[in-house]
Structure formats: structure tokens, C-alpha cells
Design a protein around this ligand. Structure first.
Ligand code: HEC
Ligand code: HEC
Length: 287
């Protein structure tokens, strides 16, 4: 019996090694086609669909849904949907923007999702986004109330005919463009900077596409200075003395502080900037 188990364990081990080598060969010789014009095969597509459904269901399970029926909430939700979602997902009688047609996986019409998914799941997807699909996480771009407004609108979406949607679309915007996204100048509940929250926020504001940041993955061609050791540098961008409050100001409006700088204003909210500043104080020269 024991000999039998040993043979099975060895066979499984050998299989795992073969699978590992095969995967390595596929990667090394470029056999895997990354182009967006080649969709996943039907079995892989199905598997990913199941993974998505389970992952979302498990994570959305404990979310408390606030009241979503108020008319103003639905109207705000529509305006946010028009500003941020219709470009990819389209709407009844309205096609997505041309670039969205080239996404793979293609963004689904949200009518069926809105009908079939519980509100908590839609809220979770909007807040966190979906990795490797092009569905963005909105939690650093919209406030919590705004994300629920979008969910409230999505609940009425399946009942809108193309004509009714067009009528909504013709109404002038009530929200200013600024109110349609998180107001970066709002300081919010202004708790003190939190290193862990800052570490997460850094991944959501493209920082690692321009800066090498220890332990944060990003693009490999960098246009900004490395941030390892930023905690010890006396100045920020050579113009502001380096302390958390000045760092918050720099992150929120680099182009005001140093006109002509190549670091863009990224629309960072006061709290996120405070958190990121706290995280940056942990980046000393020797990690
Ligand atoms: C840049 C394009 C893009 C934008 C903008 C976008 N999405 Fe998505 N979204 C996607 C893609 C791609 C997927 C994954 C494919 C799919 O399941 O539709 C997705 C998936 C979803 C899903 C899950 C669909 C399902 O049931 O599987 C929901 C819900 C959703 N998006 C809602 C929104 C909302 C609400 C907004 C606006 C706040 C938004 N999306 C903005 C591209 C986008
Ligand atoms: C599009 C590229 C780009 C993005 C995105 C970007 N930066 Fe920068 N950053 C720069 C450049 C370029 C500089 C140099 C600015 C200068 O000296 O004028 C810089 C400077 C800095 C500095 C000062 C560094 C020093 O040595 O004085 C800090 C700190 C910083 N960035 C943090 C961040 C953080 C945190 C984020 C994300 C919230 C971010 N940056 C996003 C390009 C970028």
C-alpha cells in the first residue's frame, strides 16, 4: 500500500515538472498569442467566467446595500454612467466608443448584468474593477455614494427602451464635470496618513509607470526619479522641503508647485495624498 502511494506521488511530481517545463517553453518561444484579436478558447473563456462569478460572489457577500430607490440618486447615477461607463459598455440603442470594441474580453452590455447580478455584486465590481479585462476600479475616482448612485441607475437600466435612454441622454447635465468624479481638493474625513492605504493607492495612480518603487510592480521604462530613498531626500523635486504635509501638496498639484514639471496632476484626493505621503516616508535608501 505504502509503495503504491509512493508511486502515485512520484508520478504526480513528474507530471508537475513536465507541466512546468511545458509552460516555460510556451512562454520562452512566444507560442502564447497575447494579441487582443485572438479571444480565449471557449473552454478557457468558460473557466474564467466561472472564476469571475465565484470571486465576486464570495467578496460581495457581506456588503450592506443602502436604499437605492431615491429619484435624485438614480439621476446622479445616470450622469455618472454617461460620464464613465457608456463609452465601454454602451446603453440601450447606444454603441460603445470605437476603442471599446477592440477590448478583449469585450465589455458586456450591462442590461443583462444589471438584471441578473445582485446590487452588492455590481457595487463590488464597480469599486474594485476586474483584473486583466480593462474594467477599471472606480474606488479612487468616485466616492462611495457615487458608486452606489451608479448601482441605483443600473437597477433601472434594464427597463429603459432605446427611446427612453435617449430622452435621459438629452437632459442637460446637472452635475458639473468636477462633481462627476471625486473632488481632488476635498480633504474628506481627514484621518492621519495610513501607510497600508498609501501603498494601495500608489498602485491606483500610475505612480509605478513613471517611478521605480520598491516592491511595487509597474512599467519598466521610467521617466521620473526612483522613489527608493525618498524619505531621506531633503527636497521634493528640488523645490519643497521634504515633509509629509509638503509631500501631500506636491502629490495633489505638482504642476502648480513646479510649473512645467513632467509629473502630471493626477486628481489625487486629499486623503489618498496623505496616505501616499505616509507610505513614502517608509521608503528609505536601504530597503
Ligand atoms: C475601459 C472600459 C470600461 C469602462 C470605462 C467601464 N467598464 Fe465595466 N467592464 C469592462 C470590461 C472589459 C469588463 C469585463 C468583461 C465583461 O464581463 O463585460 C467589464 C465588466 C463590468 C461588469 C461585470 C459584467 C458582468 O456581469 O460580468 C460591470 C457590472 C461593469 N463592468 C460595470 C461598469 C460600470 C458601472 C462602469 C462605469 C462606472 C464601467 N463598468 C466602466 C470595461 C469597462
Ligand atoms: C507621468 C509620469 C509620472 C507619474 C504618473 C507620477 N510621477 Fe512623480 N514624478 C515624475 C517626474 C518626471 C518627476 C520629477 C519632477 C521634477 O523634478 O520636476 C516626479 C517627481 C516625484 C517626486 C519627487 C522626487 C524627488 O526625488 O524629489 C515624488 C515624491 C513623486 N514624483 C511621487 C509620485 C507618486 C507618489 C506618484 C503617484 C501618485 C507619482 N509620482 C506619479 C513623473 C511622474
Amino acid at each position: 500500500m505504502r509503495g503504491c502511494i509512493r508511486i502515485v506521488v512520484r508520478a504526480l511530481g513528474a507530471l508537475a515538472v513536465c507541466a512546468f517545463i511545458l509552460a516555460g517553453l510556451v512562454v520562452y518561444f512566444g507560442w502564447y498569442d497575447v494579441s487582443a484579436t485572438r479571444p480565449h478558447t471557449p473552454p478557457i473563456h468558460r473557466l474564467l467566467d466561472i472564476a469571475l462569478a465565484r470571486s465576486v460572489a464570495v467578496r460581495a457577500d457581506q456588503i450592506q446595500v443602502p436604499p437605492l430607490d431615491a429619484e435624485t440618486r438614480i439621476q446622479n447615477g445616470f450622469e455618472l454612467f454617461r460620464a464613465h461607463c457608456v463609452q465601454c459598455h454602451g446603453a440601450p440603442g447606444t454603441a460603445p466608443a470605437p476603442y471599446a470594441l477592440g477590448l478583449n474580453p469585450a465589455p458586456a452590455s450591462l442590461v443583462a448584468s444589471a438584471r441578473d447580478r445582485p446590487a452588492a455584486e455590481i457595487y463590488w465590481i464597480v469599486r474594485e474593477g476586474i483584473k486583466m479585462t480593462g474594467m477599471p476600479a472606480w474606488k479612487y475616482r468616485l466616492t462611495d455614494t457615487q458608486m452606489w448612485d451608479v448601482v441605483a441607475f443600473m437597477r433601472v437600466l434594464p427597463a429603459l427602451s432605446p427611446v427612453a435612454y435617449r430622452q435621459w441622454d438629452e437632459k442637460p447635465a446637472r452635475l458639473s464635470p468636477r462633481a462627476a468624479s471625486q473632488d481632488p481638493t476635498a480633504t474628506g474625513d481627514s484621518r492621519i496618513g495610513d501607510v497600508t492605504a498609501g501603498r494601495q493607492a500608489v498602485e491606483q495612480y500610475l505612480c509605478a509607470t513613471c517611478h521605480v518603487i520598491p516592491d511595487v510592480v509597474g512599467a519598466s521604462h521610467h521617466v521620473g526619479p526612483p522613489l527608493a530613498g525618498i524619505a531621506q531626500r531633503p527636497f521634493i523635486a528640488g523645490v519643497l522641503s521634504n515633509n509629509p504635509e509638503n509631500m501631500r501638496l506636491w502629490l495633489m498639484a505638482p504642476t502648480t508647485i513646479k510649473p512645467g514639471t513632467a509629473m502630471p496632476d493626477l486628481g489625487i484626493s486629499g486623503q489618498d495624498a496623505r496616505d501616499i505621503a505616509a507610505f513614502l516616508t517608509t521608503l528609505s535608501e536601504s530597503p
